[in-house]
Design a protein around this ligand. Sequence first.
Ligand code: DGJ
Length: 724
Amino acid sequence: MYTHAPESGTDYLILHGCHTTVVLEYRPHEAPLWRYWGPRLPEGCAPLAPLRDGRAFPPATMDVDQPLSIAPCFGGAWFGQSALLAHRAGQQFEQAFDQCRIEWAQPGRSLILHLEDTVAQLGLDIHLALDEHDVLRLHSSLHNRGVDVLDVQWLAAGTLVLPGHAQQVRSFFGQWANEFQVQHDPLSHDIWLRENRRGRTSHDTFPGAVVMLPGATEHAGTAFGAHLAWSGNHRQLIERLHDALFQWQLGEWLAPGEVRLEPGETLDTPVLVASCSTAGLNGLAANFHAAVRAALPWPGGTMRPRPIHINTWEAMYFDHRPDELRALAEAASEIGVERFVLDDGWFHGRHHDRAALGDWWPDEGKYPDGLLPLAQYVQSLGMEFGLWLEPEMVNPDSELFRTHPDWALQIEGRPLHTMRNQLVLDVSRGEVADYLFERIDALLNEIPIAYIKWDMNRDLAHAGDANARPAYRRFVQAVYALLDRVRASHPAVEIESCASGGGRIDMGILAHTHRVWTSDCNDALSRVGIQRGALQFIPPEIMGAHIGPAPAHTTGRSQNLDFRAAVALPGHLGIEMDVRHLDRTQRNALKCWLDLYKCWRERLHHGQVWLGELGDNVVWQAHGGTRDLIVFVYRTAPTTCRYTPPLRLPMLEHDLEYRIQRLDPPAPEWTSSPLNNTLLAAGRGETPPLQGHGAWLAEAGLPLPRMLAESCAIYRIEAMHSAS
Ligand code: DGJ
């Protein structure tokens, strides 16, 4: 954990994961300097020489050298981006830490750096921990030790170092129904900056990114990733430094005046979750999946097999009729659905999206006897009952708003800007949180609700509280607290994070919920890209993926049922259409897909996920382990070649023999190759599975059939014995 260089009096603080190492250079009178974050170094390996006072001075430079520290601060000799920007009524506008005490929480794995600035009178505790999955977590706590208010404009959750040959940033942009679109930017002397000021995680700017070293691919090479576990405003930047390193900061974007620390007060940042992998993007994804899996608050401590949903939204929208809903439930249960989620439209006065949010009791016209009879009927069919709620919101046209107009976030003198006709409640007010808890608690007590789809359909704007102060961060904290309060009182209930689809997907909300609604887009072709983007950071078992109707409601495009099902299958499967309108053939086919999911969901949802691209409009994803895989091969557009390239699976073990079979339900006409017909027959148990050598499959590849556009082939590839 320490290496000491006696000749210079320098200590090195060293954290080791399985495959990565962090090295900081420590002196007791300054913030530790960043020396290394990257692939694992051997025990005892340390820098050749200290950086502090150890490197040649360039001309035209301050006479004091200031390399990148773990807490770079504005002022002094640091001219780069600062991890902290603060002042006291215009004074004490620069900071420099002059004391550092180390507290090891777990030797070699986690520590707290206690930094003090005795001039600016503040303390900063930086928590660092590197776990066995190579997940590096950082967060910071800023203490006001002075006698005046400290105005904080920016406090990074953490500052990371990246090597100077880092080449490219891979980040995500998007919008409603088109989340997780990948953007590649070259790293240069310009600052790379992404900010989100929408008050929720947003569709536009995912709070995280991946940085790739030259040569990094999906499967190999060094990739770094970082994510801010936070569901509100955020900011991340990468800046090239004069010593050819990059610094990477992530933190909460603070509104002007949002954080004013009174003497003795502390500001705690969200957690920065970072990782480095030498196994490319897929290795990095595995590390992030491990981080999410470790934080998910499953009822009872472990995840149950993910039940198949039917969600009423695209089947019924606001037109709730209990007899129709019962018929939908019957049709769903007949094909094997396991959870029935009653979406928007059930509560008092909710007949369209212009009214009623806030009035959380059943609509008397639609449900004269309440929701209990429907919930019980659903249960009698062997399914769980789930309910949609959007607790943080209020429509101006609602009894709640008419009674408490002051409960909405607003700024006096400004118009009440609506989005989807709704306003945001100030959940950080005790009486507002109490009202919401009481309504949710009453519903959960009265009705056997196993699942809440917790929606949030607008950005925060004019988000002022009753004291005319910005409420963004307190709003997020209050939502987390409300979720925890509901879970504490109803520990068996699972909760989904939805925000107009994927507008609130992050590791902050995932410490309080159990699934995300990835996107309102159920168009399978769009979903291929959306889901592949999301899988970089979140594991498949919590990624809501529904088989939607054709044509898709959000795009107008149609795909055949098999393709829609095959795209949804690897995630947390559901159906988002009126299954009563399917003909017998379609219904039987859908049932086959649901059966297939039930058969393989444990394998799909517990292992690693590898994503790959074959070219020629074919992408693939493999779930499981190196000895037992389920592989989905998607052709998204027509082929440009006469023959599809073979599928090389680099994760397979070279010296093992594998059994190969096709898993997809009945052979469609496009599986025209004799080999694949054999594999399909093997999948049906009609012929023995094909066998192949791991090295061959990894290096030369599995021959693929000629596939029509918008089709999928699914393989199981299972190790049998050593090939030697
Ligand atoms: C937005 C969600 O993303 C949809 O799935 C649906 O629940 C609607 N809200 C309901 O208003």
